[in-house]
Design a protein. Structure first.
Length: 299
């Protein structure tokens, strides 16, 4: 017989694979100098958006492909302790249950190891036009269950332009031509025909990142045309593509890999072992710097 007085154990950090980190801002505290209670729901909602990134899903495009959208049915909050101005918080998020047409997300908001707030969010998968519920698509169920089980969310494929040109071109057009304003005629060149291309696909089969590998000189590889879907930047897709291309360069015997990095991405390449070389310069009207990394890559 179930004890009606028994309460489930409050969540601990070890219960979550995914965390979103944030810092409490001045605008979020009340007259008591603690976080206003309604902001914890905002923290949870922000973490849910980042959770989809961890799944490798550009949310709007993924839901369009799945033929529905998610709507909040219920939100409940339990307060254990207060967060204060400038606290660094880790918002743990996991999908606790997937039903026929609904899913429950459990959230724990932590300061260090201390649990401050728990939030439960119930979503319903529904037709966007009528907002009537639909069964959760098997593909979405598989993505979420795979993530919670620790499986990778993105697969990088390498191949020729004939094999990967269509998804690579779509991403490069989106990022370089439409977003950055590079003239289309400057984006495409004859090197695509001889390059090794890498494209990252999520578990719905959507392309989310690309890059290419050229032979710059004997023993020297050149990586270029690195582009990641804007929604998934910072999620590790660019790192996966870069690692795949560097591994291919090393496998063919190259001793160094170089690239022209946009200055805004310099820190990303530096974290992967690349070092600036020479003076900055403009390329297609965008500040760049040449960077290089020896192969095998230093630990």
């Amino acid at each position: 017989m179930t004890d009606p007085t028994h309460k489930p154990r409050p969540p601990a950090r070890r219960d979550f694979r995914f965390f979103h980190r944030l810092r409490v801002r001045w605008v979020e505290v009340d007259m008591q100098q603690i976080v206003f209670n309604g902001h914890y729901l905002m923290y949870a909602d922000t973490a849910v958006a980042d959770y989809w990134r961890a799944l490798g899903l550009p949310y709007e495009e993924a839901m369009h492909q799945l033929g529905g959208d998610l709507y909040v049915k219920k939100a409940s909050v339990e307060y254990h302790a207060s967060a204060r101005m400038d606290d660094r918080l880790d918002v743990g998020m996991r999908c606790a249950r997937i039903g026929t047409s609904s899913m429950v997300f459990a959230c724990g908001i932590f300061r260090g190891d201390q649990l401050l707030v728990t939030v439960d969010l119930v979503y319903v998968f529904a037709d966007p036009a009528t907002q009537t519920s639909r069964p959760v698509p098997p593909a979405l169920r598989a993505v979420i269950e795979g993530y919670e089980a620790g499986e990778p969310m993105v697969q990088v494929r390498t191949g020729t332009w004939a094999e990967l040109g269509e998804p690579a071109a779509d991403l490069r057009t989106r990022v370089f031509v439409q977003e950055q304003g590079i003239p289309a005629e400057e984006e495409w060149d004859a090197a695509d025909a001889t390059a090794l291309h890498a494209v990252a696909f999520n578990r719905l089969g959507q392309p989310v990142g690309t890059g290419r590998l050229l032979q710059h000189a004997p023993g020297v590889a050149r990586i270029g045309r690195m582009a990641v879907h804007e929604v998934l930047r910072g999620s590790g897709v660019g790192r996966d593509i870069l690692q795949a291309l560097m591994a291919a360069a090393q496998a063919r015997g190259d001793r160094e890999v170089m690239l022209h990095a946009q200055r805004s991405a310099e820190a990303f390449y530096a974290a992967m072992g690349f070092v600036p070389r020479g003076e900055p310069f403009d390329e297609v009207g965008i500040p760049h710097v040449e960077m290089a990394c020896p192969l095998p890559r230093p630990c």
